[in-house]
Ligand binder design. Structure first.
Ligand code: CUA
Length: 242
């Protein structure tokens, strides 16, 4: 890592110990959430705290308190003695570092989300094939098509494996999203939108339509079933083209 320029460090993508979060979308977006929440809280506490401290320090004491002499400038007098702009320089410098680092880190993180494949941090990533599913929206429901031609209205996927969705629409604009798995992609007739996810827990999730597409929009959802790998393999072995 030593020969990577400092500014490029947040973009450094090699090794799982890097600054860029790896893994399922849920992990990545949770990291983004926490980084922004913690940094925002720290900056907010410092700024509001400094402001309150100054409001207290320079409060109106009526000019009678000898411990806190009245140092307010009178009209026409130039303010003096704040260290030759040092405070201004430090605050601008700190803001620049925080903002530029956040931009670089978020950009690197989103590049990871958008890259073609997403090997899991743990496990033999290379020999785990991705599962490709074609998702087609229609008024008002979803159809899922598997590599063997099996079509269903319920998305069944294995846990821990990267699922690549190829999302399109048969009629009008829709938008396919599974909120719990942080998945969202446009479904547009004549186009295919690619997205991906890795489900980390077996269970049942819900996919919704996120584009107002007509009177049945509110009811345009599908069930997403996440199975343990062996159960999924058994399920898939029993499916046929339809
Ligand atoms: Cu489809 Cu809203």
């Amino acid at each position: 890592m030593a020969d990577i320029p400092f500014v490029a460090l947040p973009l450094h993508n090699g090794g799982s110990g890097g600054l860029i979060p790896r893994g399922a979308r849920t992990v990545v977006f949770e990291q983004i959430y926490w980084v922004f929440l913690v940094l925002g809280t720290v900056v907010g506490v410092v700024v509001v705290g400094y402001m309150l401290w100054n409001a207290y320090k320079y409060r109106d004491t009526g000019g009678t308190d000898s411990d806190a002499p009245d140092i307010r400038p009178t009209p026409g007098e130039l303010p003096q003695g704040s260290g030759g702009g040092k405070k201004l320089f430090v605050s601008f410098g700190l803001s620049t570092i925080v903002v530029v680092s956040l931009i670089a880190w978020s950009y690197g993180t989103l590049l990871y989300v958008e890259q073609p494949t997403h090997p899991q941090v743990e496990g033999p990533a290379e020999d785990v094939e991705t599962l490709d599913v074609r998702v087609e929206g229609f008024r008002f429901g979803w159809s899922f098509e598997y590599p063997n031609g099996h079509r269903t209205n319920e998305l069944v996927v294995p846990v821990g494996r990267e699922v690549r969705l190829h999302v399109t629409s048969r009629d009008v604009f829709h938008n396919f999203g599974i909120p719990d798995l942080r998945v969202k992609a446009d479904a547009i007739p004549g186009q295919t939108t690619e997205t991906w996810f890795i489900a980390e827990e077996p269970g049942t999730y819900r996919a919704n339509c996120y584009e107002l597409c007509g009177t049945g929009h509110y009811a345009m959802y599908a069930t997403v079933v996440v199975l343990p790998p062996d159960e999924y393999d058994r399920w898939y072995a029993n499916t046929t083209a339809s």
